[in-house]
Design a protein around this ligand. Structure first.
Ligand code: FES
Ligand code: FES
Length: 850
């Protein structure tokens, strides 16, 4: 018998189990998050007899006779201070790391109310935050210390409600105090646990599956095989090529292929039952090299062939212009797979309720989930409801089906609630990663450094399934020429199927890969011309009225020159140890693809219920839409409630991807809010009780390959310049980042996106690489190379606002661009340091190399 106190109450258990499971499963203490289960992330941080520990590496036995404190057990004063400090400075994004951060902060501040920045960084060194870049978390802990010293009153300011306000996010408090629910925090009466048995080989014929022994397990609730799927077995985000279960007689395509689903009464039983399932395989020769896959004639990963997609962006006569140019450089660059590293592993809970199935998820689009799960189950749309829980980070990695469809299928067939939650190991092994790319690029300029032409060939490894491979390749190609004023371009990209883990959407969406090449080539050209990298960019940067390489005319909001000017002084001040790079990123899907936002306002109980399906993975959708609604209507923020995405009540506003929600759903919110405002001229909200206002906004753009001379490829582009400064040891000391965001709806959020993106970009440049062996990542969360608080440099952010357009009050979206200039700026800084022109990521032979 083990007996210990938790938050002041005494508990006893005879079970010796992980403390995290006891706290979460037995006591429903949801502030203790399971981010990795292996002691690497700090999301489960608790105090044990006043000392900081990770609950996932403790057991109930180890807690015997001791006292556990979690965020729920803080005093009222402490709760008030941490709520105030973290929410006021904007330290909360997805929120999954925050309760663990608060405990680490408490552990520091309990003994030191005058911490230095180093003290704070050390205190949270064990807590990974993948969203914020730690800058605002450190500020929050300083502010908390100030409050505890009695120098500031911890009273949260009620947001007034306008665009440009540093308003506290509506979701901040519940993410800080741990009461906000992520999917794995949810339970349902009679709930059982589900999981998939995965393929043993990346390519093998499944000859037979024997489940007889497995069915005899006393805790087995259901085993589902391919033949049991009631609807379409093969689904997919855009291309229908991904079997939810591999059938007997079919080949596997990667290690992550599911061959059977198991539902059981306990988590332990699920694993026991999976081990009793016998699968007979005939192993076959896989292909892991995309260039080899392109040439293969005797093996097709998919019937359609190994070349999944070819994209071309061609204007003018690049070959001729390059040949006639004063200077030209050609290099081949390699960028690796990268793990999203979101802190919340994938989780979904499916609950049969009356005659419908309700699925609680943490994905990036409830309507994509509705469509794909509906196809799989073959049920009428009205019999399926998807409700979003909080999403603990996504970065593109939660666009595909991972656990949602399996939870739904098991629950639908077993007729009981089923929760499927990936372990961190499963998350690393099965969800799509950033596309590895090989980019061969020639860039040319005249004798004065004016760019003339470029030619580029891209090979993208899209792995076993398409996922978002088509659009990622498209963006890689459409942005490869960079934010510069020249028009002769010849870009051809090829996405190839292999037996590697699939590649999919990841923040930066192909542009991170090709613009690494663009920016590095630019510096070599500058050297040939005899000008410095800043001057090279300044001469070529797009000005309003110029024509982008894709033919689109740069509009008045184009602010790349202003971003360059904003970092100019720091660049020259640190010239000998600084690297510089620019970035461009579209906001909105663009290229003629229908891009629709939908928002409904319902007047209810004297307030406005703002309803849209736009998913928040941490970027702050609810606060952004609330601010836009307030700005348009003049109503106070306290009168606007933004509801969680739910297919039963929130209209379809598309996926949270392509930095599109601020622009597309933002513009829709602005328009519907103006409708409400017009009615409010003659009525009070009380008089409008029950009234609904609805708006749909479609962003109209021109398709790829259009013969228009100046097509509108995207509704808006964001621009950026970053300067990376190394210290004497070759470590990144400072980053200066200037971002043209159009209009910052909430500067706290915008800075948080930039800071988090830069730290993610530094990881991609220097420490992160998901090495695959036989198509499979062999790593764990602690070895991903994610940056910790003690690793970060000084980050100085400048927000450039020059957009007076009506569209979304001028906001352009900033979700993806922050990490686009980072890796080439780091490459350039190292080139300055040691003269080595590196062409692959992560950069080799740096102060970070192991
Ligand atoms: S869940 Fe315990 S350290 Fe990650
Ligand atoms: S806010 Fe820290 S992981 Fe998302």
């Amino acid at each position: 018998m083990f007996k210990f106190k938790v938050n002041g109450s005494v508990y006893e258990t005879e079970e010796n189990k992980k403390l995290i499971d006891f706290l979460r499963d037995d006591l429903d203490i949801t502030s203790v998050k399971n981010g990795c289960g292996e002691g690497a992330c700090g999301a489960c941080t608790i105090l044990l007899d006043g000392k900081k520990f990770r609950a996932c590496v403790l057991t109930t036995e180890k807690a015997d006779g001791k006292e556990v404190i979690t965020v729920e057990g803080l005093s009222e004063k402490e709760k008030q201070v941490y709520d105030y400090a973290f929410s006021t400075v904007g330290a909360v994004q997805c929120g999954f790391c925050i309760p663990g951060m608060v405990i680490s902060a408490k552990s520091l501040l309990d003994t030191n109310l005058n911490p230095t920045e180093e003290d704070i960084k050390k205190a949270i060194q064990g807590n990974i935050c993948r969203c914020t870049g730690y800058v605002k978390i450190i500020q929050a802990i300083f502010l908390a210390a100030k409050c505890f010293r009695g120098e500031e009153e911890p009273v949260c300011k009620t947001p007034k409600g306008f665009v440009g306000e540093r308003a506290i996010r509506p979701d901040a408090k519940s993410k800080i105090d741990g009461t906000g629910k992520f999917a794995d925090d949810m339970k349902a009466p009679g709930m059982v646990y589900g999981s998939a048995l995965r393929a043993k080989y990346p390519r093998a014929l499944v000859k037979a599956i024997d489940i007889q022994e497995a069915l005899k397990h006393p805790d087995c609730v259901k085993i589902v095989l391919a033949e049991d799927v009631p609807g379409e077995r093969v689904i997919g985000h855009l291309t229908l090529d991904w079997p939810a279960l591999i059938a007997v007689g079919e080949e596997t395509r990667y290690y992550g292929d599911a061959v059977a689903l198991v539902a059981a009464k306990t988590k332990e039983a699920v694993e026991e039952i999976k081990s009793l399932i016998k699968v007979e395989y005939e192993e076959r020769k896989p292909v892991f090299d995309p260039e080899e896959a392109m040439e293969l004639t005797d093996y097709r990963v998919h019937e359609t062939g190994n070349i999944y997609r070819v994209e071309k962006v061609q204007r003018g006569n690049a070959d001729k212009v390059i040949a006639e140019s004063a200077y030209a450089v050609t290099n081949t660059y390699y960028t690796p797979a990268q793990e999203h590293g979101f802190l919340e592993p994938e989780s979904a809970l499916a609950v049969p309720e009356d005659d419908e199935l309700v699925v609680y998820t943490g994905g990036q689009s409830i309507y994509d989930e509705h469509r794909e799960i509906g196809m799989l189950l073959g049920i009428a749309p009205e019999k399926l409801r998807i409700k979003s829980a909080y999403v603990g980070g996504g970065f593109g990695g939660k666009e595909d089906m991972s656990v949602q469809h399996h939870a739904a299928l098991l629950a639908y067939l077993a007729k009981v609630p089923v929760k499927v939650t990936f372990t961190r190991e499963e998350s690393l092994r099965y969800h799509p990663k950033r596309h590895p790319m090989k980019v061969t690029m020639t860039t040319a300029c005249d004798k004065d450094g004016n760019l003339t032409a470029m030619k580029c060939r891209v090979i993208a490894d899209t792995g076993a399934y398409a996922s978002l491979g088509g659009p990622v390749l498209q963006r890689a190609c459409t942005h490869a020429a960079g934010p510069y004023n020249y028009q002769d371009i010849d870009i051809v990209g090829t996405a190839v199927y292999t037996n590697n883990i699939p590649s999919g959407a990841f923040r930066g969406f192909g542009v991170v890969q090709t613009m690494f090449a663009t920016e590095c080539n630019l510096n070599q050209l500058a050297e040939l011309v005899g000008i410095d990298p800043y001057e090279m960019r300044y001469r070529n940067a797009l000005r309003p009225g110029d024509v982008l390489p894709n033919g689109q005319i740069a509009d008045d909001s184009t602010g790349i020159v202003e971003t360059l000017e904003a970092v100019k002084d720091e660049y020259y001040k640190n010239f000998d140890r600084a690297g510089i790079a620019c970035g461009i990123k579209n906001a909105g899907v663009g290229v003629g693809v229908p891009d629709t936002g939908r928002v409904r306002l319902v007047v209810k109980d004297g307030k406005v219920s703002l309803r849209t399906s736009a998913a928040c993975m941490g970027q702050g959708i609810a606060g952004t839409m609330r601010a836009i609604c307030c700005e348009a209507t003049g109503l106070e923020a306290s009168l606007i409630d933004v509801v969680m995405p739910d297919t039963a009540i929130t209209p379809d506003s598309g996926t949270s991807t392509a930095s599109r929600q601020t622009v597309i759903t933002g513009e829709t919110t602005r328009r519907v809010s103006l409708k409400l405002k017009a009615v409010l001229e003659n009525h009070t909200l009380e008089e409008l009780e029950g009234e609904e206002f609805y708006e749909e906004f479609v962003g109209v753009t021109d398709p790829m390959g259009t013969d228009k001379p100046n097509p509108v490829s995207h509704l808006a582009y964001g621009y950026a310049t970053q300067v990376v400064v190394l210290d004497d040891d070759g470590k990144v000391e400072k980053v200066f980042a200037a971002h043209d965001v159009g209009k910052a709806v909430n500067p706290n959020n915008v800075e948080g996106q930039i800071e988090g993106g830069i730290v993610m970009g530094l990881g991609f440049a220097l420490t992160e690489s998901l090495k695959l062996s036989e198509g499979e990542p062999h790593t764990n969360y602690g070895k991903l190379g994610l940056w910790r608080a003690t690793d970060i440099p000084e980050i100085h952010t400048t927000i450039v606002e020059k957009n007076n357009a009506e569209l979304a009050f001028g906001a352009k979206g900033v979700g993806e661009i922050p990490l686009i200039p980072t890796s080439p700026a780091v490459q350039n800084a190292y080139y300055k340091r040691d003269g080595i022109f590196r062409t692959s990521l992560p950069l080799e032979n740096t102060a970070y190399s192991k």
